[in-house]
Design a protein around this ligand. Structure first.
Ligand SMILES: [Zn+2]
Length: 669
């Protein structure tokens, strides 16, 4: 799923609506309606939805649904019969509980000729089965029902109209399938196949999942459209979209004699616009197939149906969308691998859907247009992800707005994959993605973060626990401060540096990451990688040029902030170059100290051995001078004289909290 952020687009849609449109829909399309992420839509829907996640009836495993729905546009209602085939997961199954919101009225529930006793609850119902079923034994039942579907989450099921006729769509993610059809409404229990049979007025097209089997004219002003999905599917991915669409197709040739249809159901007035970008879906199919393995629903189709929610939703084999923007189209297509074929096992793991689809937008850009386009999108995602609240693993999934908060499962989710790419390196990272997408344990099923982590670790050859713990289960991000100074002799420069990080949280107290640090100057530039595993990490680098500038993570591989980009430090002591230099009998060293701190100032020979200590203790703010006089004689009392030394290069080293600074000096006797 992806929300569209442009109010202009929503306004464009609003102009299509006839004055008699339902008030609920009008609110969706009114620019400026309250929203949590700058989008013009659905703030009100979200506010209405604080529906707790049902785990579904865990005593059954559903294998098949058949939705037979008659859509009544005059009354904005549905009349339906849903067949369910399931197997018992317990030794003795006498009843079944299915999810169905209270706005839908159950007429009867039957097993063949038997009418089943039923108990109604606000968003579910329980039926007593005709007999008890043993573990593994299959049974079927049929629910007859009717009513006007509720609109939770992002709308669930909407009746709208345009001048040309009715416009109706579903959008069930995450808890809305139960608003319009009875089911075990949890992503974990995929049906092996689903048939969707829709009867609606002639002149309308009904788009849905899988393959279009038939369109039958009922000779009563209605037609029946039958779709068959033969790949496993979660309930929230079952969809319908109905309007007086025009259809056009593009073809993705994936073999010398094999093609996949990309079928588009578009409102007539948007056809030209749609034909500008939707044909690029074919390139996207080629690129994602190369990255992740073949398109998962090759025996059926891919496609788009235009709907009125300002965003897009990755309904299996037929995305619903209100925009033809390229990033949105690639996002929803990528979901066919990550979201539809491999579905997050619970909504807590939603980033396995949204993070992957959002990152795929960048990978499509990279493959199609080059690295700059990848980087531009990633920069936006990284900066947006700084605002993510809580852990990427969503603890409380009852609030739909918090669950789908853009900065978290979308932007931070994509950022985590971007960072993982840097940690693992391209070869192993892309191998892991492809292995994950091809793993029979998860294909056409569900996965958890731990499953993806295990696959990455196998590819990487060592543990990535540190990475997943801090980025998926932990919160926030590191804020880095680099402090450094360089000394040189004209041909080589030695940098003493310290990288500090604060996380602002105890979970984790430190982010373990490889951090790129680029030193540059007139003579060149060098990037060093510091494996940073502590809040304060000191390191030394020798360069063949004079560094003038240092950048932490210059290519933005990390979700982070960098403070104090200025390499000369305002808050730590500065050690001036000694004067005079070279010197004969003695030289003066000056320290500018900005704040009260402990400072040690020592002299070392070229072997690193300490040969004098000029100061070791607290230093008040201000400028302090120290004298080192190895050549002093006569006029200084012998007890306080510095030890005589040989001619040569010596180093003066200042160490304090926040600074390691070394200066070289030349002593000539
Ligand atoms: Zn999405």
């Amino acid at each position: 799923m992806k929300r569209w952020k442009c109010a202009l687009w929503a306004a464009g849609l609003a102009s299509l609506l006839t004055p008699g449109s339902k008030a609920g829909l009008a609110s969706v399309l009114t620019p400026g309606a309250a929203a949590d992420d700058g989008c013009s839509s659905k703030g009100r829907y979200i506010a209405r939805t604080m529906q707790a996640a049902s785990a579904g009836d865990q005593r059954i495993d559903v294998s098949y649904y058949r939705l037979d729905l008659r859509v009544e546009t005059q009354t904005s209602s549905l009349r339906g019969a849903v067949d369910l085939v399931a197997a018992s997961l317990v030794d003795s199954l006498a009843s079944v509980t299915l999810d169905l919101s209270s706005t839908m009225i159950i007429d009867s529930v039957r097993q063949q000729a038997s009418l089943l006793p039923l108990t109604r609850y606000p968003s579910s119902f329980t039926v007593q089965l005709a007999r008890t079923y043993r573990r593994g034994e299959a049974f079927s039942l049929r629910v007859y029902y009717h009513g006007t579907p509720g609109a939770t989450g992002f709308g669930s099921f909407v009746f709208a109209s345009i001048p040309e006729g009715a416009w109706i769509w579903s959008l069930s993610q995450p808890y809305g399938a139960r608003d319009w059809w009875p089911c075990k409404d949890h992503p974990l229990d995929k049906a092996d196949s689903v048939d969707v049979v829709v009867t609606c007025a002639n002149g309308l097209k009904a788009g849905s999942n899988g393959r279009l089997v038939s369109v039958r004219d009922n000779a009563d002003g209605t037609s029946t459209h039958t779709w068959a999905e033969r790949y496993p599917i979660s309930t929230y991915l079952v969809s319908i979209a109905i309007a007086p669409y025009v259809a056009f197709s593009n073809w993705y040739k994936y073999g010398p004699s094999d093609s996949l249809e990309v079928l588009n159901y578009i409102l007539p007035q948007h056809l030209t616009q749609a034909q500008e970008t939707l044909p690029k879906t074919v390139d996207m199919l080629r690129i994602f197939s190369g990255l992740y393995g073949p398109y998962p629903f090759l025996k059926e189709k891919y496609g788009h149906s235009e709907f009125g929610w300002s965003g897009a939703m990755e309904h299996q084999t037929m995305t619903s969308t209100s925009t033809f923007a390229e990033d949105v189209i690639s996002h929803e297509l990528a979901h066919q691998w990550f979201g539809d074929m491999i579905t997050c096992q619970t909504w807590q793991e939603l980033w396995l859907n949204e993070g992957f689809a959002t990152y795929s937008e960048a990978l499509y850009r990279e493959a199609q247009y080059g690295t700059d386009y990848y980087r531009a999108l990633i920069r936006y995602r990284l900066s947006d992800a700084l605002a993510a609240q809580g852990s990427l693993f969503v603890i409380d999934t009852t609030s739909v707005s918090a669950l789908f908060a853009r900065s978290r499962v979308y932007s931070k989710g994509a950022s985590v994959l971007h960072m993982l790419r840097h940690v693992m390196g391209d070869t192993l990272f892309f191998r892991a993605l492809r292995t994950y997408a091809g793993d029979p344990r998860f294909r056409y099923g569900t996965a958890r973060t731990a499953d993806f982590q295990e696959i990455c670790e196998t590819a990487y050859g060592r543990s990535l626990g540190f990475f997943f713990n801090q980025w998926v289960y932990g919160e926030k991000y590191p804020r880095y401060t680099l402090r450094w100074d360089a000394t040189g002799d004209g041909s080589h420069w030695t940098i003493e540096a310290r990288l500090d990080q604060e996380t602002g949280t105890a979970t984790p107290p430190v982010f373990v990451m490889p951090v790129d640090i680029r030193f540059s100057g007139a003579g060149g530039d060098t990037t060093v990688v510091v494996w940073n595993s502590r809040n304060s990490e000191s390191f030394t680098v020798t360069l063949p040029f004079k560094p003038e500038r240092a950048e932490v993570d210059p290519e933005q591989w990390i979700l982070r902030e960098v403070s104090n980009p200025n390499p000369t430090l305002a808050d730590v002591p500065i050690l001036e170059q000694n004067y005079p230099n070279p010197f004969n009998w003695g030289t003066t060293l000056a320290i500018q100290n900005p704040r009260r701190s402990r400072v040690s100032l020592t002299i070392h020979n070229i072997l690193g051995q300490q040969i004098a200590s000029l100061h070791n203790g607290v230093l008040e703010p201000g400028v302090h001078t120290f004298q080192w006089s190895p050549g002093a004689t006569g006029w200084i009392p012998e007890a306080t004289r510095d030890r005589p030394v040989a001619s040569g290069v010596y180093f003066c080293r200042l160490v304090s909290d926040g600074a390691h600074i070394t200066r070289s000096m030349l002593y000539i006797r």
